[in-house]
Write a protein that binds this ligand. Structure first.
Ligand code: SAM
Ligand code: SF4
Length: 428
């Protein structure tokens, strides 16, 4: 059994665990972009996705510091979302766009009442140009997923579930502050599949304090036995501000099994009817194509709805205030008052390349920016030497090592290209 301490062939020591870290160098490329509505008048519509943010949870988990507000959604939250949807629906740019996926994230979207969820789903489909066969995803905890809400989802076209299980282990669930036992969680998911929803995936956290190898094996076996469509797997990040971060001692953190557990999960699934869809996502057969994330990495639009939702229309990026007062003021003031940041086609080129790493098949061609080809050629050679990539009929693919360090690689690629661009400007 090895733990992740020594400097390995990969050359990396500190693992970047989230795609937000991978894309961080791109922030250098943002420029003040003026007023959203005015700028959209000059642009043609696009293909994209809709992201609806519900930053509320019925209880908070010990490890989580995601963008969410404390407590349940304020009275009138869904009315405000519908008002925001109608504002966008009035723009010619949006009328000329098409949306291939809708994603409800949080927080926990299923904290909303069944009737409110129905009203919201209807408003989205009636007022916005959502494709007939759009992928519609709901993030949910097991405890918030009532029969009444499941019925609404069936009737209103929800066809993809992302269930925040984290672990099936009772001991682990207690450490992570999750409600419900192994039998409650597994039977609820089994039932959802039996009710005819084929695309049900879960979120799994590994390397939590005190996790034993037996507990990880049980999580792996339960995933296989339940026959879900796939799962995201995240190594626990212990945030300083979280309850868990406050409780833990150095002793609790000493037994770091991150790489060993990552390898165990990878080996248990990859090549056994499951494949890697993203650095942190494994799917069974063809059951989950996760259209939402694919459209985003192809530089599709993301129309953001709700407090704390961030997105982009064309090359204009913007984010709603997360607090209720700020968000309701934003909706009352209307789209005319929304200020955006702007990016150029170089940003899009890098974002696409980051996407190719996220999906496991790194590309090394900077379309339209041949003056930077040497940077990508250098990375290609370096990563081959370090065992992070290998040749593949499609070009190159990440090795298992590359999947583990994928966010570090994406960040290095983004940083190298941004640095070259900035040096070029300085040299002029
Ligand atoms: C936006 S959350 C939404 C899931 C849903 N609210 C739930 O937990 O039931 C998405 C996922 O991020 C992961 N996550 C959140 N905080 C994390 C942390 N500190 N370390 C690793 N993964 C984390 C969890 O797996 C979580 O399910
Ligand atoms: S993990 Fe999910 S349910 Fe738990 S606090 Fe975070 S967003 Fe809420």
């Amino acid at each position: 059994m090895t733990v992740n301490t020594a400097l390995e062939k990969s050359g990396y020591i500190m693992r970047k665990r989230s795609h937000h870290e991978a894309a961080a160098p791109l922030r250098m490329l943002y420029k003040p972009g003026g007023m959203l509505e005015k700028h959209l008048e000059e642009k043609k519509g696009a293909h994209g996705v809709i992201y609806v943010h519900i930053p509320y949870c019925s209880r908070t988990c010990s490890f989580c510091n995601l963008r969410r507000s404390a407590g349940l959604a304020p009275e009138g939250y869904v009315d405000m979302l519908i008002k925001e949807i109608k504002q966008y629906a009035g723009l010619q740019y949006i009328k000329d766009s098409t949306y291939g996926a809708v994603y409800f994230g949080g927080g926990t979207p299923t904290v909303l009442k069944a009737d409110d969820l129905r009203r919201l789903l209807r408003a989205l489909k009636q007022d916005l140009p959502v494709d007939e066969d759009a992928e519609i995803t709901i993030e949910t905890s097991v405890s918030n997923l009532t029969e009444e809400k499941i019925q609404v989802f069936g009737e209103e076209g929800v066809n993809r579930f992302s269930v925040g299980v984290q672990t099936f282990s009772d001991a682990g669930r207690s450490i992570l502050g999750r409600k419900g036992s192994y039998s409650f969680v597994s039977s609820k998911i089994g039932k959802l599949l039996k009710q005819g929803f084929d695309n049900v995936g879960i979120d799994l956290i590994y390397n939590y304090p005190g996790q034993t190898e037996e507990e990880l094996i049980k999580d792996i076996e339960t995933i296989k036995n339940l026959d879900i469509s796939g799962f995201s797997f995240y190594s626990l990040i212990i945030h300083k501000g979280s309850r868990l971060g406050e409780q833990l001692t150095q002793g609790d953190l000493a037994n770091d099994m991150e790489k060993y557990y990552f390898n165990s999960i990878y080996d248990a699934f990859i090549g056994t009817g499951y494949s890697l869809l993203e650095l942190t996502k494994i799917v069974k057969g063809q059951r989950d194509s996760y259209r939402y994330i694919k459209i985003r990495y192809m530089n599709g639009d993301t129309l953001p709805i709700g407090a704390g939702a961030g997105g982009k229309l064309g090359n204009l990026h913007f984010m709603n205030p997360i607090d209720w007062a700020g968000y309701s003021k934003k909706v009352k003031d209307g789209l005319i008052a929304v200020r955006a940041m702007e990016t150029d086609t170089f940003y899009e080129c890098i974002y696409r390349l980051i996407g190719s790493i996220q999906f496991g098949f790194p590309e090394f061609t900077a379309h339209g920016f041949s003056e930077y080809s040497h940077v990508l050629a250098g990375l290609n050679k370096n990563w081959l030497n370090r065992g992070l990539i290998e040749p593949d009929p499609k070009g190159y693919r990440l090795t298992k090592e590359g999947v583990y360090w994928g966010n570090n690689m994406a960040s290095d690629l983004a940083q190298a290209l941004v640095d070259s661009l900035l040096n070029r400007h300085l040299a002029k």
